[in-house]
Design a protein around this ligand. Sequence first.
Ligand code: NAD
Length: 367
Amino acid sequence: MGQDTGNRAQDTGNRAQDTDRSDDLNDDQTIPGGTEQLVLCRDRATGTRAVIAVDDTTLGPALGGVRYVRYPAEAAAVAEARRLARGMTLKNACADIPYGGGKSVILLEDGQGPREQVMEAFGRFVDRLGGAYVPGVDMGTDVEDLAVIGKVAPDVSCDHVDPSPYTALGVLASIEAAARVAGFDGLRGLRVVVQGAGHVGGTLARLLAERSADVLVADVSTDRAAEAAAAAGGAVVPVDEVTTTPCDVLAPCAAARVVNDATVDGLPCRIVAGAANDVLAHRQLDGRLAERGILYVPDFVANAGGVVQIHAGRAGWDEAGTEAAVLRIGERVEAMLRRASAEGCTPLEVAERVASERIGRTVRIPA
Ligand code: NAD
């Protein structure tokens, strides 16, 4: 997952400008309802600064990854950790797993001690939370880092299984569910544009091809795009034509904010469902997609296969049980889309209601 770190570092810069307006780091207006526990950490010996955001622990310990990237300022790291932690609360609740939502960031800075010592310092920060936060892999960290953190922290989520194939399977189930709701008879012949041929997108392209979909692949790495397209018996789409290429399904599996004010009115598709987080640049776009008759599967619902696999691994489920649990994402997506249609609201609103019903209070994504 390391490849898009550069883009994200840029993104965090933009968000910093947005958040610098407030000097209240746990401001309820930024994250509706506020963050349950927000911890700023510093280890002087190694020069390690980190932010741990525990958004909600109603359903269990806060499960979420550790990001290790550069930020322009600590406030930007705080804003990102809080926003991502809220997403994890919604994701874990909608996936019906016994975890709350959390996220952490270690600020990548010049002059820090060796990586292993930084991870150990971070493990001590996590340890002080007494099990409220269970860290996992995210942008800029890998299973080796988690192993180091796990030597110090009471619990880490990583069990050395790559969650990406399960994430891809959950996205596939989401696409199949949305296709049923849209009135398609299976995926045969459906044209699907997969943006990003990485860990998730590459597998997704292959799974779609196995179901006889017509697969188009775009990736900033032209080699990766070509390889994934060939494996899926499909074709390559230029990266700047992802949102203008006519298709039935757009599956964003690379960058954030693919649906934005500039793209939403021209999207030539019936369904948007993918693995990327933050597919919508802002929440009103969900309504704009609905007005255009485009079914949007909320990203935190579609991309939950990885956390379901983490839960399954920790609960000791076998492979068949794990796969069945991941495929239930499709049943949930179908129920959510049908409920949205019946209640005259958007899929995002329904997903937030489902999570809120489980948690027992209103939980929404940031505006
Ligand atoms: P990855 O880094 O393996 O793959 C991303 C791919 O997208 C890379 O091949 C990269 O070259 C390409 N890319 C980056 N920017 C692009 C752009 N603008 N246009 C086209 N291609 C671009 O990442 P991944 O693990 O496959 O995850 C994909 C997305 O899904 C990420 O946003 C990630 O946060 C999200 N996600 C992943 C998982 C998981 O289990 N891996 C779980 C939940 C969410």
